[in-house]
Design a protein around this ligand. Structure first.
Ligand code: TMP
Length: 221
């Protein structure tokens, strides 16, 4: 377990550049787990709570071009602190499975690598906002920048999508770097078709479930 809790549910995060397909896979996994009797809590960052959603609007509105890199960093962590306290930790205490669409790894790669604020400042804020809460498993959906761009554009561009190509390149390099360094990271090829990606996700999640509970015992993670 990576929190201070001795017994809790499972915390799985979904990471990837915009257009990598992570949100689709999160929704599918949630349905699959629920159909097997698990309590699943889906959350999103920035967001996940009422106040977090308000912060999300500030962060993603393309009208807010004046937002400084430091203000942006602190707002992502403000939303996260609220999400941890209000949604994630209570769910894990009830032994639910929490699926989060992004978490601190996003801040590491977008603000730490992308904006050049560095890893250290992100890790310091993580200690304050998350107080030692780390994901048990992080599914990283890797995709080339050109394909991701096409998919993201089809969906509509927000303030964070609207960044130079260099920024997006640094973000992907950050993710690839984390995949090599972090044992909880699983790199999944996001270019494959949905069903195949879904099977890979399911295999990884089954291993994670078995590591914390006897097979076939939903609710007793
Ligand atoms: P989404 O499109 O996956 O919902 O994510 C919202 C945008 O916010 C996405 O472009 C990534 C960005 N982001 C950061 O820059 N830092 C963070 O800490 C998080 C959680 C998201």
């Amino acid at each position: 377990m990576s929190t201070t809790e001795t017994s809790r549910g499972l915390f799985i995060t979904f990471e990837g550049i915009d257009g990598s397909g992570k949100t689709t896979q999160l929704t599918r996994l949630a349905a699959r787990l629920r159909s097997r009797g698990y309590e699943v809590v889906e959350t999103v960052e920035p967001g996940g709570t009422r106040t977090g959603s308000m912060i999300r609007n500030i962060l993603l509105d393309p009208a807010h071009q004046e937002l400084s890199a430091t203000a942006e960093l602190l707002l992502y962590f403000a939303a996260r602190a609220q999400n941890v306290d209000e949604t994630i930790v209570p769910a894990l205490k009830r032994h639910a499975i929490v699926l989060s669409d992004r978490f601190t790894d996003s801040t590491l790669v977008y603000q730490g690598y992308g904006r050049g604020l560095g890893v250290e400042v992100v890790e310091t804020l993580d200690r304050i906002a998350c107080r030692g809460l780390k994901p048990d498993l992080t599914l990283y959906f890797d995709i080339d920048l050109a394909t991701a761009r096409l998919r993201a554009k089809a969906r509509g561009v927000d303030r964070m999508d609207d960044q130079p190509a260099d920024f997006r390149r640094r973000v992907r390099e950050g993710y690839l770097d984390l995949s090599r360094r972090e044992p909880r990271f699983r790199l999944i090829d996001g270019r494959n078709e949905i069903e195949r990606v879904g099977s890979e996700v399911w295999s990884e999640v089954q291993v994670a479930l078995e590591s914390i509970a006897p097979a076939g015992s939903p609710g007793h993670l």
